[in-house]
Design a protein around this ligand. Structure first.
Ligand code: ADP
Ligand code: MG
Length: 468
């Protein structure tokens, strides 16, 4: 049927126009009197509607009668992996004066399990699947000193996309500090508040691949056009555009178009704009138009809060001292912190063992390479207490019993040796004692270790247990 339509069309337009606008079309489905045709892009679809709708109508009516329907399926090729984020399915517009109906975009992939999860059937307008991860929202993005500015700027942007001076909003910071999470959260929030807005999240890497592909396929204009209809564009890891002149150029045009039209642009980068290399000056200067907000290393409290929220979410309980141990030892990368939690849980459930400090230590070692593990004073008290089979309360208590005093003194000695804490601070953390007491403890331990064989064994054992 489509073949017949085509030959009719061919007879009525120039060969050049036919070649350009009709050869690329694929008929994909015929149900009753509705023919679905697949076109390469939205731009393509608009062009057909603009210029050839009458011709199409006549051709189709000839084949299928007066009630013929035409359904457009827009496909923007994406050959990178299974995800096909730019598949759109939209019906013929009103102007076509043909009734339209929805069809599913046929999955191209050979294996059915790869069935495209990214298609949203259009209702009237173009729907672009935003590629947002709903779990990366503001609620799950815990606030702390390290992210307060970026987080609240993100909130402001989400409340009024394109309507603040934070355009573009550039979120920058080291690896694993939450850039991607925050970028998604802004998008998710905007989608929530303004469902009609077209939001698109894309990594700079994928953007680059798509661009290259579009050049290969000779549809660079379609590529640009596609991005220009977006209301909120989120590009992750923009530093990856460095050294890619062509992609930078096309991004520059898209950026300008969006910005001029009051559309919101959100960017992330692992470097501050001043440190970005091999990015064109004109692009860099635009990055600085809005707000650059940094995600810094989370402080101890925030790390604790993040660990606890992940545990809570997974319904897992973990002893407080282990939570602190993790927070004390994985400081500069939240992703690693999460990774350590996950493998700790996995190990303990796999081996049907409790989560112990021993296990935590060995796992942390897999995450924090070549850095000296820092032990907390709480941790030291716990290890010393365990060694002498007494709980930490006993260790800290006021009792003068000899073996308890000894254990307490050992805890103080190791606190001095293994942490940067002052004598006063050690004293206050080990049962509210003053710095003179701690100093005395350290001297006593040194003396006893030199003179008492049994005591020296204690010191050596504990040294091993606390080894970093
Ligand atoms: P980046 O993109 O900067 O490398 P991600 O956004 O991928 O980092 O974050 C790494 C992990 O840390 C993610 O799982 C994210 O959910 C988590 N994370 C980062 N910041 C926070 C935060 N403030 N609250 C909760 N989780 C966070
Ligand atoms: Mg990221």
């Amino acid at each position: 049927i489509w073949g017949n339509c085509l030959s009719f069309i061919k007879d009525n337009i120039t060969p050049q126009a036919y070649k350009t606008w009709f050869e690329p079309i694929k008929a994909v489905k015929l149900t009753d009197n509705a023919l679905s045709i697949q076109v390469p892009s939205k731009f393509f679809y608009e062009w057909l509607e603009e210029h050839y709708v009458k011709l199409l109508k006549v051709a189709l009516n000839k084949e299928l009668g007066d009630t013929a329907k035409l359904v457009y399926v827009i496909r923007m090729e994406n050959t990178y992996g299974n995800k096909q984020p730019f598949t759109e399915s939209i019906p013929s517009s009103q102007r076509a004066q043909m009734q339209s109906q929805q069809v599913d975009v046929p999955t191209k992939s050979k294996s059915p399990e790869l069935k495209n999860p990214f298609i949203i059937p259009g209702i009237r307008n173009v729907k672009i699947e935003s590629q947002l991860n709903p779990n990366y929202n503001f609620e799950s993005f815990l606030e702390g000193d390290s992210n307060r500015l970026a987080r609240s700027a993100g909130m402001a942007v989400a409340n009024k996309p394109g309507g603040t001076s934070f355009n573009p909003l550039l979120i920058f910071g080291g690896v694993g500090l939450g850039k991607t999470h925050l970028a998604h959260a802004i998008g998710v929030e905007i989608k929530d508040k303004y469902p009609e807005k077209t939001v698109l999240y894309i990594s700079a890497e994928k953007f680059t691949q798509q661009y290259i592909e579009s050049v290969k396929k000779n549809n660079r204009n379609d590529f640009i056009h596609f991005y220009q209809i977006i209301d909120v564009l989120i590009v992750d890891d923009i530093q990856l555009l460095s050294g890619k002149a062509g992609t930078q150029d096309v991004f520059f045009h898209i950026f300008n178009h969006l910005h001029q039209n009051g559309k919101q642009v959100i960017l992330t980068s692992d470097k501050a704009p001043v440190d970005m290399q091999d990015i064109e000056q004109r692009l860099l200067s635009r990055f600085k138009w809005g707000l650059s907000a940094e995600l810094q290393h989370p402080d101890f409290e925030t790390r604790i809060a993040i660990i606890k929220s992940k545990l809570y979410r997974d319904g897992v309980e973990m002893p407080e001292d282990i939570v602190e141990f993790l927070a004390n030892n994985i400081k500069t990368n939240i992703r690693e912190l999460e990774g350590a939690i996950i493998s700790l849980i996995a190990h303990s459930s796999f081996n049907k063992k409790d989560i112990t400090l021993e296990l935590a230590k060995s796992i942390v070692d897999n995450y924090v390479k070549n850095t000296k593990r820092e032990v907390s004073i709480d941790y030291i008290q716990k290890v010393v207490g365990d060694y002498f089979q007494m709980d930490v309360e006993t260790l800290r208590s006021k009792t003068r019993k000899r073996h308890i005093v000894q254990a307490r003194q050992l805890a103080m000695f190791f606190a001095k040796k293994l942490t940067k804490a002052s004598l006063a601070s050690i004293g206050s953390q080990i049962g509210k004692r003053d710095h003179a007491t701690v100093l005395h403890a350290c001297k006593t331990v040194n003396n006893l270790a030199a003179t008492d064989k049994q005591f020296r064994k204690f010191v050596e054992d504990l040294d091993k247990k606390l080894a970093v």
